[in-house]
Ligand binder design. Structure first.
Ligand code: SF4
Length: 299
């Protein structure tokens, strides 16, 4: 398989076929991010021949019954949805040729990757199987989005995700607990809930900010232009987010950046999740959580 560097995928894509169609990120400017720093280039589009060779390789590996076993494909890279519509449709065609039983195709997308698609493009992509995109919205806090150089605003999140809603393309949000900085976490969480409450994400997955020395954010901290939230403040922030979410949605804090895994369905499990968060805030020491954070070598 033509896999390049570390392959990142959401936890719920564990049983999907992981197909490399891009490597790296088209953007590379988010201050906290070090995810694709192991690559010798910023972004690369995988040649169609390599994609086809990988599909053939998987088909051979799975044998004659392969059409029964691949039902979902997850395209790898930081934001394959940045590819133009013609390319995405071509990739969908290749997947269908090799795995006629494949039902849906997912990938990571930046908000700005949706902006470049017309409503007609989105309709065609949905028809071709694109569904359940994963979007690192990170926060609905405009101040934090601007400081972290995310390249879009809270209003952009609403506009672009309403377009996905209209095209019936489902999506999951990744929220980044801690992104607003010391003293601002609860405000950021409230603003994020306000944005999410106007949209229809299938899931909200929370990751916790973990700052590595090769990030721009680390330099900001050294210059004392930004201050990290304490670990307890990050849990208090998460509690405010859950409290203020009013939509039916799966909520999970499961990735390695979360010292204690939490998940449930809102609104049914809201009280249960809030109780767990209260218990963490009251019973787990800052020092213990900090040790987890500082010894986390890799996300
Ligand atoms: S957070 Fe996502 S969009 Fe931003 S630089 Fe990292 S991979 Fe690219």
């Amino acid at each position: 398989m033509h896999y390049t560097g570390t392959i990142w995928r959401p936890p719920y894509e564990a049983s999907s076929l992981l197909l490399e169609v891009t490597a790296g990120c088209t953007y590379h400017q988010c201050k906290f991010c070090t995810l694709y720093h192991d690559l010798p280039f910023k972004f690369r589009i995988t040649p169609l021949e390599d994609i086809e060779a990988d599909l053939k390789e998987v088909k051979n590996l799975l044998g004659a019954e392969s059409h029964l076993t691949v039902s979902r494909t997850f395209l790898t890279g930081a934001n394959p949805f940045a590819l133009n519509t013609a390319r995405l449709l071509k990739i969908a065609d290749l997947i269908r040729q090799h795995f006629p039983g494949n039902k849906t195709i997912g990938c990571f997308s930046r908000i700005t990757d949706i902006t470049t698609k017309t409503d007609e493009d989105l309709k065609q992509l949905k028809h071709a199987g694109y569904n359940d995109l994963t979007i690192g919205m990170e926060t609905g806090d405009d101040q934090a989005l601007a400081f972290m150089h995310k390249g879009y605003t809270a209003k952009d999140i609403i506009t672009q995700c309403q377009r996905l809603d209209a095209a019936d393309i489902h999506y999951t949000f990744f929220y980044l607990t801690g992104i607003s900085g010391a003293g601002q976490g609860k405000t950021g969480a409230k603003r994020t809930a306000e944005i999410c409450n106007q949209l229809h994400p299938q899931r909200i997955g929370a990751n916790m900010l973990t700052i590595y020395p090769n990030s721009q954010l680390y330099q900001e901290i050294q210059k004392k232009t930004w201050e990290e939230e304490s670990e307890i403040e990050k849990y208090e922030e998460l509690k405010v987010l859950v409290e203020h979410l009013q939509i039916p949605v799966y909520f999970g804090a499961l990735g390695a950046s979360n010292a204690i895994p939490i998940q449930g369905i809102l609104p049914e499990d809201k009280e249960k999740i809030l109780t767990v968060l209260d218990q963490i805030i009251s019973n787990v020491s800052e020092q213990r959580l900090r040790i987890y954070r500082t010894t986390l070598r890799h996300l």
